[in-house]
Design a protein around this ligand. Sequence first.
Ligand code: ATP
Ligand code: MG
Length: 455
Amino acid sequence: MPTVDANPVTRLAEAFQRHGKQLYLVGGSVRDDLLGRPGKDLDLTTDARPEEVKRLAMAAKPSGLYTVGERFGTIGLVFGDLHVEITTFRAEQYPPHSRKPVVSFGTSLADDLSRRDFTINALARDVLSGRLFDPYGGLRDLRDKVVRAVGVPAERFAEDPLRLLRAVRFAVQLGFDIDPETAAGIAETASTLAKISRERVAEEMNRILLSPEPTRGVRLLWELGLLPFVIPEMMEMVQMDQGRYRHKDVFEHTLLVLERVAPDLPLRWAALLHDIAKPRTFSYEGGEVRFWGHEHLGEQIARSITQRLRLDGRTVEAVARLVRMHLRANQFDETWTDGAVRRLVREAGEDLWRLFDLSRADVTSHRPLRVELALARVAALEQRCRELAQQEAIESLHSPLDGNDLMALFGRGPGPWIGRVKDYLFDLVLEGDLDQEDRTRAEELARAFLSAEGL
Ligand code: ATP
Ligand code: MG
């Protein structure tokens, strides 16, 4: 257990002990350590007040100390690469109808742990003795892989609705199930999620999407009744699956695509939203189901969703672009001109690899031949893009020194000697024996060439 033995934390705990104060590893730090998951930062809790924490912490000689969370009783410490946060025992009360907890400090570890959200997060370990405190059966739930609220679930969720999403997030990050009573509490209080700021909702949603099980995460959001309060637009997809044209299964298809794309934020969001406009563009023409223009309306809807959640501008744009372009690679055929391929490459920009990944994931047909043909199209387009890129790299090759450079360097006027030197240097570049940016070496070589050739 590298964390507990880590020198700085032991030094801290010893300094605290000398002054009769307790220091415990707590929450995610203990949980991740017990699970053998690499944790980055350490969370500690103490009966010392923030002012005293600062004083005592100096004894352990941190390389940095910050007090951003001081109002909430949190002091941050830096020991080289290691970040440690020490929070004074909490005993906050939530005034009714308030989203912001009023923080008051507690005096006991038990009280602090009772304020925590899930049993697996309500564990503490005495730094010096290594003794584990587990008042809510967190260890058992870690073993059984269960996310279970501390206390009465519905009350705990109503107290802080962010926990609704945290429950789902921990389930999919850790590969745990949500205990049935806790799940019932979530379903009961789902609508309180509307009170949570969109940024915090987005933060949890991002983690769900980047987890090993994004599909189960979104399915849980739907089953627990949270989805209407996260992405209401997605409810139309669910309803569509349940309607008359079930065979299209837009929601199920979306979930399938989602788990097939790489764990990359714009890509996962684009997978989630690529068919978001299908319900609104649905038409039935001559016995065929159509979704004319769903990629363009989808781009608009995707943009409004990601902007509402305050995702950063780059992610918003990447998702919008991928949703707009998601059909393009699958439309490719060998008759496309180089110009058409170049236009696609330019439009996709740095998201080209994402577009290919999404296009492959989007092929969810049950018919093997269709799948084979669709994947072959994407592969052929990728190949064309690679060839063009290679060709363009070759076309952009040149001699490191041009005629003007040579005349200036050798103090000579124009003449056939320039062409001879340039050809010589360019040949070396083509052979890979000279870097086209290496002007110094090119000059040496040109000088040697001129004298050897008697020019
Ligand atoms: P990770 O850092 O991987 O997200 P974590 O468990 O460390 O997981 P944090 O959000 O860093 O989660 O919170 C640290 C600890 O604080 C949690 O383990 C939990 O004990 C407590 N906690 C955090 N948020 C809440 C909340 N909304 N309600 C109750 N307790 C919470
Ligand atoms: Mg944490």
